[in-house]
Design a protein around this ligand. Sequence first.
Ligand SMILES: NC(=O)C1=CN([C@@H]2O[C@H](COP(=O)(O)OP(=O)(O)OC[C@H]3O[C@@H](n4cnc5c(N)ncnc54)[C@H](OP(=O)(O)O)[C@@H]3O)[C@@H](O)[C@H]2O)C=CC1
Ligand SMILES: O=C(O)C1=N[C@H](C(=O)O)C[C@H](O)C1
Length: 249
Amino acid sequence: MTRVAVNGVTGQMGGAVIEAATDSEVVVGFATSDTDGVDGVPVVHPAEAAAALREYDVDVVVDFAVPEGALTVAEACVEVGVSIVVGTTGFDEDGIGRLKDASEEVPLLKATNFSQGIQVLQRLISEAVGTLEDYDLELMETHHNRKVDAPSGTASSILDVIQEERDVEPVYGREGHAPREDDEIGVFARRAGDIRGEHELVLAGNDEVLSLSHRAEDRGVFAAGALDAAAWLVGRDAGWYAFGDVVDA
Ligand SMILES: NC(=O)C1=CN([C@@H]2O[C@H](COP(=O)(O)OP(=O)(O)OC[C@H]3O[C@@H](n4cnc5c(N)ncnc54)[C@H](OP(=O)(O)O)[C@@H]3O)[C@@H](O)[C@H]2O)C=CC1
Ligand SMILES: O=C(O)C1=N[C@H](C(=O)O)C[C@H](O)C1
């Protein structure tokens, strides 16, 4: 069985990963809060991650934490030579650069969304935006009221897909006198309740509206995808991998 360490183990996704881990074994978790264990999994401070990766003979880290914590643990993975699946979102440019550096030393798979449906949605969006060249584009995402980063990592990835097809300028929300420019895409983030994650792209023009959307109904979908990615990643060469590499494999 793959021996997994979960970064952010005390969080919502940490719990979902422990629950979903039936074909792998969660042997240790990392979090900053002072607790001995979660669901029988020992919890270690991220500052001690390298020692714990050795002590628990970890094959791969599954990370759903905060950018700073993800980077600390990724660098511990480099020190020990352990693979890492990065699910945390909200990295700045410097953070992405540090992850890229880590991927030169160990296998690193980063995805802003581990659901298969989002993989398909991105392909559909690419085709729709490339085909309906003059249509206005507006991108919406909705998440639970505890989410700290905005727009979501998935929305940012969708924006990247759109920008490969079309030269659009994102406008993050609108207020006051804000007439729409032809080349802009409105990007909107809503936060409410315990909504697991909704993303929608609207394409409007030529007297019609096309809406492409996805809704995650349970965090289990992300946890299962990340664990599939973790099992796939172990034993690969050092490098930067994406969830599409796993799904298309
Ligand atoms: N890629 C994907 O498919 C998905 C990605 N996500 C992303 O995963 C991340 C976590 O989401 P969620 O579980 O909802 O968030 P939570 O806030 O519930 O959990 C965050 C976790 O990170 C821990 N943490 C905080 N600081 C550090 C640190 N320095 N080092 C290590 N751990 C730390 C927290 O525990 P403590 O305070 O005890 O340290 C907590 O366990 C977010 O970035 C989210 O966007 C979420 C769902 C799917
Ligand atoms: O924080 C979340 O919950 C989620 N975060 C990811 C993101 O930022 O896109 C993925 C998913 O939408 C849930």
